[in-house]
Design a binder for this molecule. Structure first.
Ligand code: 3PG
Length: 306
């Protein structure tokens, strides 16, 4: 019997787990669920006999892959698959997939949640600032970036985007100004929302040179990955510019320094929670389950990333 493991250190909602379980029940697959585990050893212990695996930001490295010789497929229920060692998976003939777009709305909504929280001074009763009429730059126009653009336009913001991998026409059809260089984006926009994946090219790429270009009241919102920020550069800009603010879904490694020195100029979620809504859990979890069933039964590999 095909055995699937859901390994989520940060669990899905109850409803998502129920609906995912139903997908596997109908397929006649056995399902194991490992939630809120606290050590890699616990995950390794759950691997033997597993053919398919659903994870979120859980680390799937060669130790995990090697612990299940029967493993055929890992689906990252979400967008970013930087937590999965693709080379190790490929070496063992394990297919890796993601579920693009399924949790994007949740992430996009959090961008504005954090922006409004900071702009209203943590809801402390003092006069804050509005977003209407301000310029927002979307750094990478993928699933999340597009929804951020839509919401920003609805709020009356002026929306700009930079993405060398997306056709200019796609961006402009959304009523968004497409910029040709990243420097233009950072020079023009008071608000920058990051949506680049974390990979070899992007790690540390949001650096001092770019951040220094931002106009007065500069606010960087990071719902992507902390690794894309050059934290030394960020700290330098925060030290040099009293107007510079940083919002991030998951704290940076330099959290203590920022929290110690720059009150009122930052907000960090305690745990990555951009995709942590009932709807996103359901969409991404069920998509992942269906992808596993379609792969095992018919070799369907549309969302394969390795
Ligand atoms: C993603 O890449 O899909 C998001 O960062 C969500 O990650 P999570 O599933 O760990 O919440």
């Amino acid at each position: 019997m095909t055995k699937v493991l859901i390994a989520t250190e940060k669990p899905f909602s109850k409803q998502a787990v129920a609906e995912v379980s139903q997908v596997f029940k109908e397929a006649g697959f056995e399902l194991d669920i490992l939630e809120k585990y606290t050590s890699k050893d616990e995950l390794i212990a759950a691997m033997p006999g597993v053919h398919g695996m659903i994870v979120r930001s859980d680390i799937v490295d060669s130790d995990i892959i090697n612990a299940a010789p029967s493993l055929k497929i890992v689906v990252r229920a979400g967008a970013g698959y930087d937590n999965v060692d693709l080379a190790a998976a490929t070496e063992k003939g394990v297919t890796v997939m993601n579920t693009p777009g399924q949790n994007s709305n949740a992430v996009a909504e959090l961008v504005f949640g954090m922006l409004i929280y900071l702009n209203r001074n943590g809801f402390n009763g003092t006069a804050g600032a509005e977003l209407r009429g301000k310029k927002i730059g979307i750094h990478a126009y993928g699933y999340v970036g597009r929804i951020v653009a839509l919401i920003a336009k609805g709020m009356g913001m002026k929306v700009f985007a930079y993405d060398p991998f997306v056709d200019r026409v796609v961006i402009e059809n959304d009523g968004v100004t497409c910029l040709q260089t990243i420097e233009e984006l950072y020079s023009i926009c008071q608000y920058i929302s990051l949506h680049i994946p974390a990979n070899q090219e992007t790690r540390g790429s949001v650096n001092e040179a770019l951040l220094s270009l931002m106009p007065e009241g500069a606010t960087l919102v990071n719902t992507a990955r902390k690794e894309v920020i050059d934290e030394a550069g960020l700290l330098k800009v925060m030290a040099e510019r009293e107007d510079f603010r940083y919002l991030s879904d998951i704290a940076p490694d330099c959290r203590e320094e920022i929290e110690g020195k720059y009150a009122g100029r930052y907000f960090f979620t305690p745990k990555k929670m951009g995709a942590q809504t009932a709807e996103a859990n359901l969409n991404a979890g069920v998509a992942a389950a269906k992808q596993i069933v379609a792969f095992i039964e018919n070799g369907e590999n549309t969302f394969k990333v390795n």
